[in-house]
Design a protein around this ligand. Structure first.
Ligand code: ADP
Length: 465
């Protein structure tokens, strides 16, 4: 029963069922049309023979002469040889002359009555002599507009029935054979076509969140199952990458959290070793405050990353004037630039409307501008907005330390920090957050840089229609 519920068994049964119905219909059609044409052939030959017999009947003075009722002409002899029975009867139903195997067939008075009324017709009766069904053609003999007798031609239907039975036997043997052949063939074909699905099922069972390395690696084929297998492999690849990234993220996050916590423990341990002066306690508290600030900034970043992922689904958007927003961001960070003696400029046309989350945009540009100030020692930073046909580019260019070409592809990774900038405060999350916000708005961030020659970040935002 379990085997019958498999897809291949159902496919095989379906194929066999359809073939059975088609063959039964075809067989019935062949059987009926063959029987009809055989019977029509018999009827034609009976009619023809009756006409020949009718012409050969001897008539004298308006009556059939009994002695020569059916002369043994070659035509009649030929008919007799071919199995025809020919009888000549008078209108009273008496057999005047009869030749052939069924000459003693009983005379039905109704047949004579119909013939007397000038009807020619066929009847089928069972011969008592051999039990065969026989076909009888009855037709009147007419002389000077008067019915003077009746001619009957009889032929057995044995051959027709033999042929019908042979055809039936062929159909009854061949149909079950063809149907079972189709069922087996269908099963084998379906089993072969569905084999990769079994592999997919086994692999899917084996896979757990811990082990996403398994792949089907089936030979590529351009059919439904081949495409399913390829999609399954691609899905596993993506899941694997995303699980690895999550694991890495958790590990990196814990590592980053441990550094300030360890520093705080050390400060507390040292200060509690012995009695200290109030100045020592004050310094220790300042150090602790610095570490808590680091912790809070890190927790904020992590929270933003988590929220950023969720906001891809929520997406509360409004129309934002980018010129005002960029000006505000530049103004808020101007004291930092001034403290380092950097020249900070904001050149944006007015108005410049984009659609998105205002707080998200502020965080995005603050992160980029904060980095530009952090990693620039001399020169200046320019914030520019350029209007394109269907996008707006915000370009933040600095003249800072730059990023080496081999490091460029990694700067957007979470917790990634270029070796040279490790002395500067940060957790390596700013650019990932910026990129996440940009992607959530259907935007892109690109970076161009060379060591010692400065860095340019370009955010391409879709224009608000
Ligand atoms: P961080 O907190 O370290 O600044 P980010 O994700 O913001 O983290 O940046 C990742 C790394 O990319 C930084 O550590 C720094 O090495 C490099 N970087 C980012 N912006 C600049 C820039 N404007 N100039 C030079 N290096 C930069």
């Amino acid at each position: 029963m379990k085997h019958l519920s498999t897809l291949r068994a159902r496919f095989a049964l379906g194929v066999a069922g359809l073939l059975l119905v088609a063959l039964l219909a075809f067989g019935a059609l062949v059987y009926i049309s063959l029987s009809r044409s055989l019977k029509a052939g018999i009827d034609d030959s009976l009619q023809l023979s009756a006409a020949q017999a009718n012409a050969a009947v001897n008539i004298e003075d308006g009556a059939i002469t009994v002695a020569d009722g059916i002369p043994e002409t070659s035509a009649i002899a030929g008919l007799q040889d071919r199995g025809f029975t020919i009888r000549v009867l008078n209108v009273a139903g008496q057999v005047l002359q009869a030749v052939g195997p069924y000459h003693a067939l009983p005379v039905a008075t109704t047949d004579i009555d119909r013939a007397v009324q000038r009807q020619s017709f066929f009847t089928t009766v069972t011969a008592s002599t051999d039990g065969n069904a026989v076909r009888v053609y009855t037709t009147p003999v007419i002389e000077h507009e008067h019915v003077i007798g009746v001619v009957q031609v009889v032929r057995t239907l044995e051959e027709v029935e033999d042929t019908q039975q042979r055809l039936l036997a062929v159909l009854l043997i061949s149909i079950p054979m063809l149907v079972s052949g189709a069922a087996v063939g269908g099963y084998v074909l379906a089993a072969r076509a569905l084999r990769p699905i079994d592999t997919i099922t086994r692999t899917a069972r084996r896979i757990s969140a811990e082990d996403l390395h398994a792949r089907l690696n089936l030979p590529p084929t351009d059919d439904e199952v081949g495409r399913l297998a390829a999609t399954f492999d691609t899905m596993l690849e993506r899941l694997d990458t995303s699980f690895q990234r999550e694991r890495q993220f958790t590990a990196d996050a814990s590592h980053e959290l441990r550094t300030p916590l360890a520093a705080m423990q050390t400060i507390l341990g040292v200060i509690r070793e012995q009695r200290r002066t109030p100045e020592d306690y004050e310094r220790a508290l300042d150090d602790l405050a610095q570490e808590t600030n680091r912790l809070r900034a890190l927790a904020d970043d992590l929270l933003h990353l988590a929220r950023g992922e969720a906001s891809l689904l929520i997406g509360e958007r409004e129309v934002v004037d980018l010129t005002m927003l960029l000006q505000d961001v530049t103004d808020s960070l101007a004291p930092l630039a001034e403290a380092k003696g950097l020249n900070l400029r904001c050149e944006t046309p007015h108005p410049l409307l984009v659609c998105g989350d205002r707080d998200g945009f502020i965080r995005l540009f603050v992160n980029l501008l904060d980095n530009a100030i952090k990693y620039t020692e001399y020169g200046g930073i320019t914030v520019r907005a350029l209007m394109g046909n269907d996008s707006t580019d915000v370009v933040i260019a600095d003249t800072g330390i730059g990023i080496a070409t081999d490091q460029l592809p990694h700067v957007f990774d979470r917790f990634y920090r270029v070796e040279a900038s490790r002395a500067t405060q940060g957790a390596g999350l700013g650019l990932s957050i910026a990129q996440q916000i940009a992607h959530a708005h259907g935007s892109t961030i690109t970076v161009q840089s060379a060591t010692g020659a400065g860095t340019t970040f370009t955010v391409r935002l879709p224009r608000h229609q």
